[in-house]
Design a protein around this ligand. Structure first.
Ligand SMILES: *[C@@H]1O[C@H](CO)[C@@H](O)[C@H](O)[C@H]1NC(C)=O
Ligand SMILES: *[C@@H]1O[C@H](CO)[C@@H](O)[C@H](O)[C@H]1NC(C)=O
Length: 224
């Protein structure tokens, strides 16, 4: 007879249920669904009039069977494809936990609020597409940590503040589009930005430049 059975015999029955539940929850392997929880945080923060997130069931062991989510062979999330999905609401810092995410596609929705600094923790990210939303606040300098990033499209939002100079360190950057926002300061021209054309930056009425290295300082230019 095992320890649990002996224990149950020694204790009056109403206590059994509580005891068994407590023991099971202690002994059961913790089914950590960190990535599912992170995505579910996005579902909770979003308004979803077309129910595109209906299949996002947080009780499943991982989010790999959810619509609009793609995983790799280790059941880790690599893509989130929610462009043009009529979502509103805001982005959540939990998204930064998706360590293997390569494609974050949330373009053409009506997302509000700022881009969480934690997005800079998505070290596998290749493509960050947040264009055509209603995002405000500044472009987080933390995005400069995304060393694999090739496509950064933040155009047609209401982003303000300076373009973080650190973004010029993104060595793999092929396409940057921050046009149609409310950015200010000067346009950095060094590093990977030397390959970009002015079209990447058009229609930011307070943005000046491109900055002339050595002549115009980065921190000059109307930016309140
Ligand atoms: C963006 O959000 C503001 C309120 O924060 C709202 O007034 C405006 O209509 C929104 N723009 C679009 C295109 O939905
Ligand atoms: C400039 O950007 C703003 C903000 O995204 C947008 O509302 C406006 O239509 C754009 N203007 C042009 C001429 O594209």
């Amino acid at each position: 007879m095992n320890f649990l059975a002996l224990l149950l015999m020694a204790i009056p029955s109403p206590v059994h249920v509580v005891l068994v539940v407590t023991l099971l929850s202690t002994l059961a392997p913790t089914s950590a669904n960190v990535e599912g929880d992170a995505l579910y945080a996005l579902r909770r923060a979003a308004k979803d009039p077309e129910n595109v997130l209906e299949s996002w069931d947080p009780t499943l062991v991982d989010p790999c069977t959810w619509f609009h989510v793609t995983c790799d062979g280790d059941n880790r999330v690599t893509r989130l494809d929610l462009g043009n999905a009529k979502l509103s609401g805001s982005l959540v810092p939990e998204l930064g936990k998706l360590e293997r995410l390569q494609y974050l596609e949330l373009y053409m929705n009506n997302l509000v609020g700022s881009i969480p600094e934690e997005v800079g923790g998505l070290k596998s990210l290749v493509s960050l597409d947040l264009y055509h939303n209603n995002l405000t606040g500044s472009i987080p300098a933390s995005l400069s940590k995304l060393s694999n990033l090739k496509f950064l499209r933040l155009n047609s939002n209401r982003l303000s503040g300076r373009i973080p100079r650190q973004l010029t360190k993104l060595g793999n950057l092929k396409i940057l589009d921050v046009s149609n926002n409310d950015l200010c300061g000067t346009i950095p021209t060094s590093g990977s930005f030397t390959r970009l054309s002015e079209e990447s930056f058009t229609n930011n009425s307070r943005l000046e430049g491109p900055e002339l290295m050595g002549f115009v300082r980065y921190d000059t230019g109307g930016c309140k």
